[in-house]
Design a protein around this ligand. Structure first.
Ligand SMILES: Cc1ncc(COP(=O)(O)O)c(C=O)c1O
Length: 397
C-alpha cells in the first residue's frame, strides 16, 4: 500500500526552477563547467566578524532553546535598524525572528489569511509567494504588470483588482525577479489606494540595502500617516549580509498579529537556530562597511550585465534598480531553432541555453511572466563575462 499524500501538497506547484538546477547539476557531474546564473544568493562568504560571533556563541554556551520568536536582543537590533534607516518606531515585541524571510512570510500568511481571502500579487513575482498563499487556502490574485512601466503596478491597476474579498496586497520592492524598484512617489500612490480600503499590506523589503540608482529606497510604512498598523514588514540577513545558509529573517507586524505569529512559530518550529541568531545580531550591530562593499561590487556587475544585454540584438532589459537580477525579454528569440532544436517557450529557451552553452538561468514562466529569463548577477566578473559571451553566441546561433 502506498501512503496517500494530502490535498494541500498535491495542489502545490513544484518549483519550476528545480528542473533547471537538476540539469545544471547533471552537467556539472558529467565534468562540464557550468556558468550558474540561476541562484538567488550573494556569491560572497559571510563577513568574518559575523562568523566569529557565531563561534563565540557556540563556545559560550548559547546553544539552548531561545524564546520561540527569537532573542530579545536581536529583536531590539531589528527595531533599532528600522529606526536608524527609515525613522520608524516599533516595539521589539512586534518583531518575530523566523527561519529565513521565506518562513517569516509563511508565518505572516498563516497568521492573517482565511480560506477564500484574496491576496493581490503583482507579476512577475517571486516564485514562493503564490504557493505559500495557496497553502493557507487563500487565493492569489495575480496582476500582470508591463515591461514598458518597469514591471510596476499602477494605482489604477491595484484599484481594479480590489474586491470585497481582498485581504492582502503583497509588494516586493526592489523586486525579485525584475530588479525594479518603486520610487517613494509611486509607492505613496499605491498606499493611497490601500488606505481607501480595508485590506493590509505585506511589504517584502529583503533587498532594501541592495539599491543602485539615484532613486532612494522607501520603506512602505513611511509613505503615509496611518500605514504602520496596516503593514507587515518582511526582511532578513540573507541577502544584505551574505547569510543565506544561516536562515534568519523576520516580520515586523502590528502587536496583535505579532503575538499570533509568535504563538504559531512556538508550535511549528520553536526558535530559529540560536547560533544563527547571535550571528545575525553581530551582523546588525557590527561594522556596516561590508554591506556597502558588496553593494558596490554588485553595482559594478550590474552595469556590466546591462551593457552586455543592451548590446545583444532583440533582447530588452529594464533598469535593475535593486536586488541582483537581470530579467530580460527573449520574446523575439522564441519560435526559432537553436542548432536544430525548436524553442517555443522560456522554459525551453533556458534549458537549451543550459544544454548547448552550459549557462544556467531561470525561465520567466516560473515568475508568472512567459517570454522572459532571469539571470542573477551575484556571480564573479569572470563568470559573468564567460556567461554573457555564451548567451550572445547562443542568440546568434
Ligand atoms: C523576494 C524574496 N523574499 C524572500 C526571500 C527568502 O529569503 P530567505 O533566504 O531569508 O528565506 C527571497 C530569497 O530568494 C527573495 O528573493
Amino acid at each position: 500500500m502506498s501512503i496517500r499524500t494530502s490535498q494541500i501538497v498535491e495542489a502545490l506547484e513544484p518549483s519550476a526552477t528545480l528542473a533547471m538546477s537538476g540539469k545544471a547539476k547533471e552537467l556539472k557531474a558529467a565534468g562540464n563547467t557550468v556558468y550558474d546564473l540561476s541562484v538567488g544568493e550573494p556569491d560572497f562568504v559571510t563577513p568574518s566578524h559575523i562568523c566569529e560571533a557565531a563561534v563565540d556563541a557556540i563556545h559560550s554556551g548559547k546553544t539552548f532553546y531561545t524564546v520561540a520568536s527569537g532573542i530579545p536582543d536581536l529583536k531590539k537590533a531589528v527595531v533599532a535598524d528600522y529606526k536608524t534607516l527609515y525613522g520608524l518606531d516599533y516595539a521589539f515585541t512586534q518583531v518575530g525572528i523566523a527561519n529565513g524571510a521565506k518562513h517569516a512570510l509563511h508565518n505572516a500568511f498563516f497568521a492573517t489569511l482565511n480560506p477564500g481571502d484574496e491576496v493581490i500579487i503583482p507579476a512577475p513575482y517571486w516564485v514562493s509567494y503564490a504557493e505559500l498563499v495557496k497553502l493557507t487556502g487563500a487565493v492569489p490574485v495575480i496582476i500582470e504588470t508591463k515591461e514598458s512601466n518597469q514591471f510596476k503596478l499602477t494605482p489604477d491597476m491595484l484599484q481594479e483588482a480590489v474586491t470585497p474579498k481582498t485581504r492582502m496586497f503583497l509588494i516586493c520592492s526592489p523586486s525579485n525577479p525584475t530588479g525594479s524598484m518603486y520610487s517613494p512617489e509611486e509607492l505613496g500612490a499605491l498606499a493611497d489606494v490601500v488606505l481607501k480600503h480595508d485590506f493590509f499590506v505585506v511589504a517584502d523589503e529583503i533587498y532594501d540595502r541592495l539599491v543602485y540608482g539615484d532613486v532612494p529606497f522607501a520603506s512602505f510604512p513611511t509613505l503615509r500617516e496611518g500605514l504602520q498598523d496596516r503593514v507587515i514588514l518582511i526582511n532578513g540577513v540573507s541577502k544584505t549580509y551574505a547569510m543565506t545558509g544561516w536562515r534568519i529573517g523576520w516580520s515586523i507586524a502590528p502587536p496583535n498579529v505579532a503575538k499570533k505569529i509568535a504563538e504559531l512559530q512556538s508550535q511549528e518550529t520553536s526558535n530559529p537556530c540560536s547560533i544563527s541568531q547571535y550571528a545575525a545580531l553581530a551582523a546588525l550591530q557590527g561594522d556596516q562597511s561590508c554591506v556597502e562593499k558588496m553593494r558596490v561590487e554588485f553595482e559594478k556587475r550590474r552595469r556590466y550585465v546591462k551593457q552586455r544585454l543592451d548590446s545583444i540584438p532583440g533582447l530588452t532589459c529594464t533598469n535593475m534598480d535593486g536586488a541582483f537580477y537581470a530579467f530580460f525579454n527573449i520574446k523575439q528569440h522564441l519560435g526559432r531553432k537553436y542548432h536544430g532544436v525548436q524553442v517555443k517557450t522560456s522554459e525551453q529557451w533556458c534549458m537549451e541555453l543550459l544544454i548547448q552553452k552550459n549557462v544556467a538561468t531561470v525561465m520567466g514562466s516560473a515568475f508568472g511572466a512567459e517570454g522572459y529569463a532571469r539571470a542573477s548577477f551575484a556571480a564573479g566578473m569572470d563568470i559573468l563575462e564567460a556567461a554573457y559571451d555564451r548567451i550572445e553566441e547562443f542568440i546568434k546561433s
